[in-house]
Design a binder for this molecule. Structure first.
Ligand SMILES: Nc1ncnc2c1ncn2[C@@H]1O[C@H](COP(=O)(O)OP(=O)(O)OP(=O)(O)O)[C@@H](O)[C@H]1O
Ligand SMILES: [Mg+2]
Length: 613
């Protein structure tokens, strides 16, 4: 008997395994199909979805279509028209080049394609189920290609089960859609989900496309560009006032391909330094045009990572251009009378003269930052040297803001143990607020330091859990109902959490076409404008949405608690402190925030004595 144990996997299985890398979820199939349509030279692309792409993903393009042979060939692995040899890898201008996407998709779904070239009278229809060809025949169809992917992962139940809720999967799809649509403003895109139109983007230029897609009004978007021998850079920066609580709208494109690059992201973020409220993130879109020979896109199966020959000059270039652009148009938000807001706090705590309003930007067009690059290499983490001078913006004015806002992450003192879980049993002798962040409590046996925001988050979290599980919160009717409009991704999320939202006291119902009507708010513990309250909770929710292993109910409670908690930096009266401490004592799990961060530190006589030894 032969002892050989190795055998070659059948194609269908090999494809399925390979598909695991390329097609992880409906969003990845959408990405691949959109990119193929763009590579085929389409000027109009339509995306049709059913059930967050689980049931159907269909892309219809008016690109160049395929011949009969190509229509069959394109489903084979390593079948591509985009490169011929390894040298081509360094000249890539198309999105695709691996010849893997369609083979991967066909191995895990039921697909139907119709395609026709302009020179052919009839088109070709192809049907494939799990890599197996079911039908190939001529058909009547328009010029271009339509690919329908049905029942994704129907033959890989483990993967199908692994998919997240519709809201999460829709979010991934729209993320991918944004990345392609932003890169190709000259193409018209439309998206339909469950028969509803969610995007309809006309052909446009970059500025208009960004404004349309990211919902940023044109005048809140600053534009600048520089062309150097290293690269051409165009920056579109959202004004600081439209910065968000989530890192959502930050995009880098290299030769029109979306990439993730935290290092370059740092360059833009540091250009915003001093202009943003803490815990907020700017929106921006950066386009880099660079010689394809100077990059390697073949480093990751999803092609979102790129290796640059040298990233440091790019970092400097991007930071300097961004800073120049921002400094030329910086804006201080207006505030209401009783709300000091960002600008108010700044003016109170800063010498007004030192805030960088409208600096005079002097540029030196003849300056070449790369002239002595070899002799003056800057380290990756150091701030820019010469590029700062180029735009003559004094660095010291851009110091980060002092921490005037709620910062629940103030480092807990190390070396003191956090007490183990048990019900609290404090008999309070005295209590005071310290540094507007902490409540210091003295009991006969202990000195306790409570982080006020964290304590309130815990209290609210448990209250909201009770609302969901036992006792719904009463809703206070608004005098004038409010209509709110959301983007399609947020609409999908809101629709999913709506029943729980109602239990928490929000009287809110869908009103069609991404709008909702709000008739009432929770009777307790929410303050502020209806729109801000709901958007704030959604932002918090989205921030955590992609984290694994949390029920949507807990996530909602956590998001509400974070949004509505008393922040650090806020003065509390004796009564308020007392109430908060009493509420905390009643909690089931008073020791930690919903994020498992400690709520308080406790020192007994022994602990203190030890410190004094
Ligand atoms: N919408 C389309 N219109 C015309 N031709 C297409 C279309 N989609 C795919 N093709 C053809 O099928 C080939 C295979 O597509 P596939 O997406 O599998 O690979 P690729 O795009 O070459 O590389 P990658 O795997 O990196 O996406 C393409 O090279 C192209 O020639
Ligand atoms: Mg492709």
């Amino acid at each position: 008997m032969s002892k050989d144990i190795i055998s070659i996997l059948p194609d269908a299985i090999a494809n399925q395994i390979a598909a695991g890398e390329v097609i992880q979820r409906p969003g990845s199939a959408v990405k691949e199909l959109l990119e193929n349509a763009v590579d085929a030279g389409a000027t109009e692309v339509k995306l049709i979805l059913k059930d967050a792409g689980r049931t159907l993903i269909q892309i219809i393009d008016n690109g160049k279509g395929m011949s009969e042979t190509d229509a069959r060939m394109c489903w084979e692995r390593h079948a591509t028209s985009k490169i011929r040899n390894s040298d081509d890898l360094f000249r890539i201008k198309s999105f695709g080049f691996r010849g893997e996407a369609l083979a991967s998709i066909a191995s895990v779904a039921q697909v139907e394609m119709k395609t026709r070239r302009s020179e052919d009278e009839l088109g070709i229809l192809i049907q494939i189920d799990g890599s197996e060809l079911k039908k190939q025949e001529t058909c009547q169809t328009h010029v271009g290609t339509s690919i329908a992917v049905k029942n994704l992962f129907y033959n890989v139940p483990a993967r199908r089960n692994f998919l997240k809720s519709n809201a999460v999967e829709t979010r991934h799809i729209y993320d991918e859609f944004h990345r392609v649509a932003l890169a190709r403003p000259e193409i018209a895109f439309s998206v339909y989900h469950n028969d509803q139109e969610v995007f309809n983007l006309k052909r446009a230029d970059n500025h208009q496309r960004i404004s349309d897609l990211l919902n940023i009004s044109s005048e809140k978007l600053i534009y600048d560009e520089e062309h150097t021998s290293i690269a051409g850079i165009s920056v579109f920066l959202g004004l600081p006032e439209i910065s968000k609580k989530t890192r959502g709208d930050q995009y880098f494109f290299v030769n029109n391909r979306f990439i993730k690059d935290p290092y370059l992201g740092h360059a833009v973020n540091s250009a915003y330094e001093g202009f943003l409220a803490p815990d907020t993130f700017p929106s921006y879109v950066i386009f880099i045009e660079i010689d394809p020979a100077k990059i390697d896109i073949n480093v990751h199966p999803t092609k979102t990572e790129i290796k640059f020959e040298d990233e440091r000059p790019l970092y400097q270039l991007i930071k300097a251009i961004s800073r120049k652009a921002l400094a030329s148009k910086i804006y201080i938000p207006e505030t209401g009378q009783d709300d000091l807001g960002f600008a108010g706090i700044l003016q109170n705590s800063y010498n007004a003269n030192s805030f960088p309003t409208e600096p005079k930007v002097k540029t030196n067009p003849s300056y070449n930052p790369f002239a002595n690059q070899g002799s003056n290499q800057v380290s990756r983490n150091r701030n820019v040297g010469k590029w700062e001078m180029l735009f003559d913006i004094p660095e010291k004015k851009l110091d980060p803001l002092p921490n005037l806002f709620g910062n629940e992450d103030k480092p807990a003192q190390s070396g003191h143990k956090i007490i183990e879980a048990q019900k609290l049993n404090w008999s309070i002798d005295a209590l005071m607020q310290w540094d507007k962040f902490y409540i210091v409590v003295s009991t006969p046996k202990n000195l306790i330091i409570i982080a006020q925001q964290r304590a309130h988050e815990r209290v609210l979290f448990e209250k909201y859990q009770k609302n969901l599980n036992e006792k719904p919160e009463a809703s206070q009717q608004l005098l004038f109902p409010r209509m709110l409009e959301f983007n399609p991704a947020d609409t999908a999320i809101l629709e999913e959490i709506l029943p729980d939202f109602k239990l928490l006291g929000f009287d809110i119902s869908p009103f069609g076409r991404n709008t909702f009507i709000v008739n009432g708010l929770p009777a307790q513990s929410v303050k502020g404008e209806v729109k801000e309250i709901i958007e704030g909770i959604l932002e918090q929710y989205k921030r955590n949405l992609l984290n694994e292993g949390q029920s949507s109910k807990d996530l909602l409670c956590k998001s509400m608690a974070r949004q509505n908690s008393i922040k650090g930096g806020v003065d509390l009266s004796k009564e308020e402190m007392n109430q908060l401490v009493q509420d905390l004592i009643q909690c089931e799990e008073p020791f930690f925030t919903p994020d498992r961060k400690p709520v308080f530190l406790q020192f007994g006589a022994a602990d203190l004595n030890k410190e004094f030894e």
